[in-house]
Design a protein around this ligand. Sequence first.
Ligand code: HEM
Length: 1111
Amino acid sequence: MLSPLLPLSLLLAALQPVSAIWPAPQNYTKGNSSLFLHQNIEITYNGAHIVYGGISRALASIFDINFVPWMLKKRGGLSNFEPNLLKGQKWVRKLEIVQTGKDTSNTFKPLAGQVDESYNLTLSVDGFAKLTAVSSTGVLRGLETFTQLFYHHSGGPFWYTPFAPVAIQDAPKFPHRGILLDVARSWFAVKDILRTIDSMAWNKMNILHVHVTDSQSWPIEITTMPEVAKKGAYRPDLTYSPKDIELIQKYAIHRGVEVYFEIDMPGHIGAVALSHPELIVAYNEAPYYWWCAEPPCGAFKLNDSRVDDFLGKVFDDLLPRLAPYSAYFHTGGDELNANDSMLDPGIRANSTEVLQPLLQKFIDTQHARVRKAGLTPITWEEIPTDWNVTIGKDVVVQSWLGGDSVKTLTGNGHKVIDSNYNFWYLDCGRGQWITMANGLAYDTFYPFGDWCDPYKGWRLIYSYDPTANLTEDEAKLVLGGEVAVWTETIDPVTLDSIIWPRASAAGEVLWSGRTDATGQNRSQLDATPRLAEMRERLVAKGIGASPVQMIFCTQGDPTDCQLVLGRKSDHIKMGLVEQLLEHASVKTVLLTAPALLLGLFLCNIAWQDWRIGRMGLRPPKVPNKLPFGLDFIYKNIRGSMTHSELAFWHWVTSSTKSWTSETRIVGRRIILTTDPENIKAILATQFHDYGKGEPFHREWKGFLGDSIFTTDGEVWHASRQLIRPQFIRDRVSDLHCFESHMSVLFRAIANGGALNGEDQFVDMEAGNGKPVDIGDLFFRYTLDAATDFLLGKDIKSLSTPRQEFAEAFGEAQRVQSVAVRAGPLNGFVPRGSFKKSMKVIDEFINQYIEQALRLTPAELEGKAKGDSGYTFLHELAIFTRDRKVLHDQLIAVLLAGRDTTASTLSWTIYELARHPEAVAKLRAEILSVVGTDRAPTYEDLKSMKYLQNVMNETLRIYPVVPFNIRLALKDTTLPRGGGPNQDQPLVVLKDTSIAYSTLVMQRRKDLYPPVSPTFADTDVFSPDRWFHWQPKPWQYIPFNGGPRICIGQQFALTEMGYVLTRLFQRYERVESYMHEIDGGRPNLKAEIVLQPLDGVRVAFWEATKAKSGNA
Ligand code: HEM
């Protein structure tokens, strides 16, 4: 039976007044004595003038615009919360404010981190309050907290706190806590902006980023060119004069908020065309989606000196006015659509090669101007990431992709402001604003969700941690974040309810941190009542903030409106086909189905062709002679059966004379491309338009479940968040796991194959120069290392010729690969051995999962702190106890971690064995850096340039995933391949597959420099070329690129580098026997990964033996 004390204690806890300060202070203790605030409170202060305004606003907050918290207390229970007015009132009569430091000019326009915002606040039971802070900004923050201690009494003009004594020490986690307000898409009067600044200060948010111009309007006045705002604004008087701007900035400074402005360019600048049409391309061009993300389009001409003159005048006028009150200026840089420059008479191209240098010059010039005015430039992330523009170390990069992109940016040393649109875009999820007439657009976009669905409720906003998955060094570069208010459908009428109290949620993450003092993620149970109170304070002050919950919830205990998940009920929804079948007789179905299907099939093709024709261009078609693309299918199947896929792709490109082409297979359109611009679009710039797709998921589900490899969208994202931390540098640089299997590998090499038991005697001397299939041994080595790393279990396949798990894993992959190739016929592929193998794999993996789940979270944490026996599985189990998630991710990473490195190592030895000069150079480097015996460190491996060249070159010529595929998730485009010259964008309808080949692209002779003494033909293995050459972005992507870039890249390069170093410390020479087998022409087996078809038969010669003449 339960102790009756337990529910009672819970009840008591629930009745405790909530400590409602928002954002939560870093340290906060409070009591339960009540104090009234005296209207004649004496306030002393030893510092700057600016604080006096803060003091009077704080007093007004308490006495004039406060609220009675009836809606936050139990129904009818307010009187239990409010102190008695009739007896023993104690008063707060004095507030002493002490500023311990001196303000500097940086205090009022700081770069991130330049101002100390910390403060201490105490309130004793006998009514003495003291606020101490280093800077006046810290004092302002403390005053906001002070106001939140007090409520208006329902009995009359009395203001009280029930929390004395109070002690608070507080400081922000991030220096940059901002809101981006777009005042170009909708017009906002100065008073709307000032009101937003007030609310920000109440939430301790300190940066207002004003996106002041865009293609829709240019409201900021440039005194030397009045026509720009006059014509560019929505109405000639809807502008911001220099006085307005100064007022906004000064008003903000008095509230501890810094305002900085953005002129977005060179895209998003169409409004300039209204006054200076000669400077802009693609203004209001249709259909807009070819030229920009939303109407009206318009970008600066990138190769026109008049643009430069114009910007010179804008900046000369504007920046000196902004600089006294702000440390930053944002030069935009997002979503520049390369197609725009095709309309530019001075360029007429959309290729990165042409545009990148022009953009580099453009950015360099504007950033130099910003610096000259004493400001620090901020840019959107596309500038360094998509355009590869080099920016100064001082430049701050704003990321709207967030997550992995922030990791990449900080990894590259950039300071970052995180505005992850999946969490912090406040405009998202409220439906499409583009109008769609009845017909194609209507049908395609129904039910009219917007591009960044779903709506970001405060709970989602609150769940985001801008430094999640970053290393300590990377996290230091995250200055903070901004929630974004893009205003296509937001205006002054709705502004408050859009921003508040959702921005407060981000405000708390940025001030207090996503985790609390115990390191736990802050809980909604704690946050909800505090945020509900913050919302009431905002409403009391005249802000139209949305409610957090209905009054039933806010009046109750937080758990009254809590969702406690019990068992899931399995609702199985019947699909359309099942429903049809249920209602039709077998005979009817048999008679009508074929005709119906053929009709549907033909209509569908005609319908698609018509839509493509209406929407734009297409690439050349692969010349098919037979209907349904049967000859294409035949050639494709023949290509895979004879392992000549590369020749098949060459046939496709030569028969179409294009790097991008299309065909139909049984009615389904497929696009084939080896164009880096298109691959970049699929993987990065149009990432959300393409995915693996449901058919891929279906095909691979039996093997890889719902893992990172088979899913898209949120499910994929969750997997990536889960797995990514395991590949941080600390884990990857632990080389112990690789070393422990090396000695068995050496013995197996000397044995000429896998050992028959760990203890088998091997005569190492006799084994010198013995031929061996090193490919087989690499697959065993990487399996042993991977199971060790993932599960903590060395399965010893190097010393067990027939290891059950290894064989099952191999067989499951074989059948899976056949099934995938069979396409629509995959139902006919026999699955007996697959099922058996999966049973073996599952049983093996599940025993480790069960072991890990037997550990409590505390035991897992304990293991994490000590080293021994701590594995990838343990790490995952800390975050999820869902057996299926653990199972699926483990198999996925096992597959990725084993076959990829094994096959790359196999290819490396294949090539080194026929390039003795490369072996000599590699060995010389290894001996000079690590000598003959010492185990290499992570830093050693990274410092060996020739070793890196060898691996890069192997991955160039034999990329592990040679052919890949993505599915269009919506109607979209690819940037190049359409039209008669194949240089125009092309239409891609939803559900079209895009096949792309890195193998073909990475050997394209036209992309790389011509053959010369320093640059061998692209088909030739030549590590030396990397001394003189760096591939251009997206022309070398063995690890893919964009948000789905390989997670295991560093792990793989470390493992491979380690093995190669260890091998060539010991062996001086490796001799190839492959010429006798394949005639010197390596046969490529492209199943799940690219491997040498005929194995890699070689002999290794130990250095000492060769010297003593035994070789
Ligand atoms: C030479 C070695 C490797 C190469 C060339 C390579 C290449 C790739 C490529 C091309 C992809 C993208 C696949 C796609 O999305 O279609 C990928 C994804 C991935 N790789 Fe690797 N990989 C290697 C080693 C590894 C290792 C050792 C691991 C882990 C131990 C690993 C883990 C992953 C994971 C988890 C993904 C999925 C990422 C996602 O979809 O978000 N890889 N890899």
